[in-house]
Write a protein that binds this ligand. Structure first.
Ligand SMILES: [Zn+2]
Ligand SMILES: [Zn+2]
Length: 366
């Protein structure tokens, strides 16, 4: 085999193997041997570098075993440091170059690790292909990241994802995430949004977004059925007859107040009374986010009940023909057309009553 040279060493505050996600957050340095320093010419023009290094402290390897998330894979299907080739490859951010020292962020190699090679990370060569593969996988299975997180019970990732549609972090959102993840774990994880899995939700608030994100039952795919009870509860149903109702316990707020005492008074001031200045609102957001992530650590059975139930669920959403309103000329779902003096009109063009789902629940208008 060809001889592999050490071109430098890692200098890091981390001296023993640690959690890879923690290590990826840290800054460290690569000290390049003086003999190779000329090879760093213009390296600072690159934002990212791919670093090849030697896992010098890894002892032995297992060809198959659990990964960090408990999934069992072969060593070549994992990023385990214990590998037959003892070589690690990581893309890092280059923070600065000082002579033959490179300050980097994201290098998951401990202090003293021999560095074998450094190359600029080149999006056109490295990323497009990776990005394409990822995209192809996502087209096949758009919810795979969510499903993975549910499987490894990674409620934090799920809450972060739910926040991306909800806009903020709050206890209600966290409760929806907890209920959704628990239900999906009980019910099998898949949902392709074709109404095999339904979520019958009993309230329209923050809870609802946690449910929609984690279960994939949404108002858009007709798998989110809204029952206007005003209770923080959801029933997950599969068409094969399995049904599970998760309901938040009435004393959950007391438990929340013990966890994050500053939340309730700020909620009262900022949300209930709609008073509170800019700084109150900032503090409230902080407290709400803190409360939502703390909730994830509580045992599910302490905050919500789970019970097998029987409820009536709707049939698959019907496909109705569209009819053009004779007044506004817009296309309307056929069943919503009203006859008015012999004309086929939409409800917006008549004074006919319509239902509106708003902050009150379902309201009949006008
Ligand atoms: Zn919210
Ligand atoms: Zn109309």
């Amino acid at each position: 085999m060809a001889e592999i040279l050490e071109i430098g060493l890692v200098k890091s505050a981390i001296t023993a193997p640690a959690d890879p996600f923690f290590m990826r957050e840290q800054e460290s340095s690569i000290l390049v041997n003086a003999a190779y320093a000329e090879g760093l010419y213009r390296i600072e023009e690159n934002e990212y570098l791919t670093v090849v290094f030697h896992f010098h402290q890894a002892e032995g390897y297992r060809l198959k075993g659990p990964r960090y998330d408990d999934e069992v894979t072969g060593v070549f299907a994992s990023r385990s440091p214990r590998r037959p080739g003892t070589v690690g490859v990581t893309t890092v951010r280059l923070l600065e170059r000082k002579g033959n020292e490179l300050r980097v962020k994201g290098l998951d190699a401990i202090d003293g690790t021999p560095v074998l090679d450094i190359k600029p990370y080149t999006p056109s060569l490295d990323e497009t292909e990776q990005g394409q593969v990822k995209q192809d996988r996502e087209i096949q299975s758009p919810r795979q990241e969510i499903v993975r997180a549910i499987r490894r019970h990674d409620l934090r990732s799920l809450l972060l994802g739910a926040g991306s549609i909800h806009g903020h972090f709050c206890p209600g959102l966290a409760l929806g995430v907890i209920a959704g993840a628990y239900g999906m774990q009980e019910f099998g994880l898949t949902n392709d949004g074709m109404e095999e899995l339904l979520a019958v939700i009993e309230i329209n608030n923050c809870f609802c977004d946690g449910i929609q994100y984690v279960t994939g039952c949404t108002i858009g795919n007709n798998a989110l059925i809204y029952r206007d009870y005003g209770k923080t509860a959801v029933t997950l149903c599969r068409r094969d007859g399995r049904e599970l109702r998760l309901a938040v316990k009435s004393d959950y707020r007391e438990k929340l107040n013990q966890l994050v005492p500053e939340f309730a008074p700020l909620f009262q001031k900022v949300v209930t009374e709609r008073k509170g200045d800019e700084s109150d609102r900032t503090e409230f957001k902080k407290a709400a986010a803190k409360a939502s992530f703390r909730l994830l650590e509580m045992p599910r059975e302490d905050i919500m009940t789970a019970a097998a139930v029987r409820i009536t669920i709707p049939e698959y959403a019907p496909i109705r023909e569209s009819i053009v309103c004779e007044n506004c000329r817009e296309s309307v779902m056929g069943s919503k057309i009203v006859e008015h003096h012999g004309k086929k009109l939409c409800r917006a063009c008549t004074t006919d009553r319509y239902g509106e789902l708003n902050g009150e629940g379902i309201e009949n208008k006008p």
